[in-house]
Design a protein around this ligand. Structure first.
Ligand SMILES: *[C@@H]1O[C@H](CO)[C@@H](O)[C@H](O)[C@H]1NC(C)=O
Ligand SMILES: *[C@@H]1O[C@H](CO)[C@@H](O)[C@H](O)[C@H]1NC(C)=O
Ligand SMILES: *[C@@H]1O[C@H](CO)[C@@H](O)[C@H](O)[C@H]1NC(C)=O
Ligand SMILES: *[C@@H]1O[C@H](CO)[C@@H](O)[C@H](O)[C@H]1NC(C)=O
Length: 471
């Protein structure tokens, strides 16, 4: 890390080169799934999807913490978290930071906004032994090896990207801009995990584009994090916001390729030369929605969609509006999240959808035991039934855009070829209007496989179309 005082104001914006679109390979998170136990791998994906939903529902609080890093002793690293196997099930993207650049993998996450990497050779990660992953081998960024790493000063406006305008700079005279106190350490608390570190500015490098003074978290302590996180959410500290992207898009390669190195591109569009307002041919669009509760910072980071109807086959499932759209208190509503594997639905929504599938598939035996084992459901025994008839699952959005999911995006074969389960998860808390918190429906990455998905930030809308990601 540079020992020179942090530069206070840097007005460099992005140097745009000729390229207006950047392509980054998106690959599956390299967590190995044990192929010999398909129940276990599904169970873990289901569990991690529910845990993820809890994380999004108890919004991650970002807070400065003076004690977090002042004592990075053994005691600070003791965290009581059960070491149960949770396959992450996310998608990974590699980014290059520093001079000379160091390339490290990140979890591609549209449900949060800070970009942070495991940082320094002393990085400590507890509860990070996901499916045989050795936490000491999680790739990390070494600021000492980079000539462009700068600790962000407390009065640097970039400090406010994360902490807001009211950040307290202890020991700084508010009347001068001459202060060498660093921006406070951050702690990001999630439902099950956390990460803590300090903010840096670094050079973010792409093949044809350099972003100087990118604000990135240098995390020194984490719990339950398989890698750093590339936050693509709607917050001002996110990668799209800092790069002023006009849009970004991807096509998530099917999970059937889990064991291979297949990757597809994440396209970052800086927009130079792009016709603003133009639609990408073939895509259906629906506007993003803002959460009405602006006092909850996390709710402002999520990509809310205007989900209007859910159909199972031709039958419309009657879902109360308060689940489809966020209410005045900010709770409820539907978001799209690349960090969730399976789609999550609040118990009351899930039951309505599951019951409708069960009703329409009543000619198959329900496999309750399998539902217990996998955490998915409903599950059916399709043995000896010949051609299987499964109703369609359709999400209909404001403006009429319809997402008619391919069967492999919402049903999976389990174990043998004799059983199928709906790949939607819920939790056990029966949500009443009083108890509910956070988004009620979270569209996960499993449901986005083989879709061209576009986050059109310039026009504040979400576009999608079915597409074979790997022809
Ligand atoms: C950082 O520099 C040291 C010493 O030059 C070197 O041994 C180490 O491999 C470097 N680490 C990275 C991640 O580049
Ligand atoms: C900033 O503070 C340092 C030490 O406190 C002092 O030497 C320097 O003159 C100050 N600079 C300005 C521009 O006030
Ligand atoms: C907005 O969210 C905050 C935090 O979750 C909550 O305390 C507050 O009551 C909510 N505002 C309204 C109007 O319900
Ligand atoms: C599924 O149904 C077949 C035929 O009815 C039966 O033989 C088999 O045991 C069932 N499988 C399970 C897991 O119950």
């Amino acid at each position: 890390m540079s020992s020179s005082p942090p530069p206070l104001l840097f007005f460099f914006l992005i140097f745009l080169s000729i390229a207006s679109a950047i392509k980054l390979p998106l690959s599956h998170h390299t967590d190995q799934l044990p192929t010999n136990d398909p129940y276990l791998s599904l169970r873990r994906l289901a569990d991690s999807s529910t845990a993820r939903a809890q994380q999004l529902k108890q919004p991650s609080s970002i807070k400065p913490d003076e004690n977090a890093l002042s004592a990075p002793s053994a005691s600070a690293a003791v965290v009581k978290s059960p070491l149960s196997a949770k396959s992450y099930g996310g998608y990974s993207v590699s980014l290059s930071f520093g001079t000379p650049s160091q390339t490290i993998p990140f979890v591609f996450d549209t449900g949060s906004s800070l970009v942070w990497f495991p940082c320094t050779s002393r990085y400590l990660c507890t509860g990070c032994g996901f499916s045989g992953l050795d936490p000491t081998r999680i790739p990390r960024f070494i600021p000492k090896n980079s000539t462009s790493s700068r600790v962000i000063g407390c009065q640097n406006p970039k400090c406010q990207l994360l902490f807001g305008p009211d950040v307290r700079c202890r020991g700084c005279d508010p009347n001068t801009r001459n202060c060498t106190v660093a921006c406070p350490p951050y702690i990001l608390q999630y439902g099950l995990g956390s990460t803590a570190g300090i903010l840096l500015t670094e050079k973010l490098d792409f093949p044809d584009l350099t972003v100087p003074d990118f604000v990135v978290g240098c995390s020194i302590l984490s719990t339950r994090q398989p890698a750093g996180i590339a936050g693509f959410g709607r917050g001002s500290q996110s990668l799209p916001a800092q790069m002023k992207l006009k849009r970004f898009s991807h096509c998530l390669v099917s999970r059937r390729f889990d064991d291979t190195d297949v990757s597809t591109d994440l396209d970052l569009d800086t927009g130079s030369g792009h016709d603003s307002g133009s639609k990408t041919p073939g895509l259906s669009y629906t506007p993003f929605r803002n959460n009405p509760n602006a006092s909850n910072a996390a709710f402002l980071e999520y990509y809310y969609l205007n989900l209007r109807r859910i159909y199972v086959g031709t039958k419309r499932v009657r879902i109360p509006y308060r689940f489809l759209a966020p209410g005045p208190d900010g709770n409820g509503g539907t978001i799209v999240d690349s960090g969730s594997t399976f789609t999550f639905m609040d118990r009351s929504v899930y039951e309505l959808v599951a019951e409708e599938f069960a009703a329409q598939m009543s000619s198959y035996d329900r496999e309750k035991e399998l539902e217990e084992i996998t955490g998915l459901g409903p599950c059916f025994n399709i043995s000896g039934k010949g051609a299987v008839t499964v109703p369609e699952l359709i999400f209909e959005f404001k403006g009429g855009a319809r997402m008619e999911l391919p069967l492999s995006n919402y049903f999976t074969l389990v174990g043998s070829v004799d059983n199928v389960c709906l790949t939607v998860v819920s939790d056990n808390t029966v949500s009443s209007t009083g108890g509910r918190s956070g988004p009620a429906i979270i569209l996960g990455s499993f449901q986005q496989q083989n879709y061209h998905v576009e986050y059109d930030l310039e026009n504040d809308r979400f576009g999608f179309a079915k597409k074979k990601c790997i022809p």
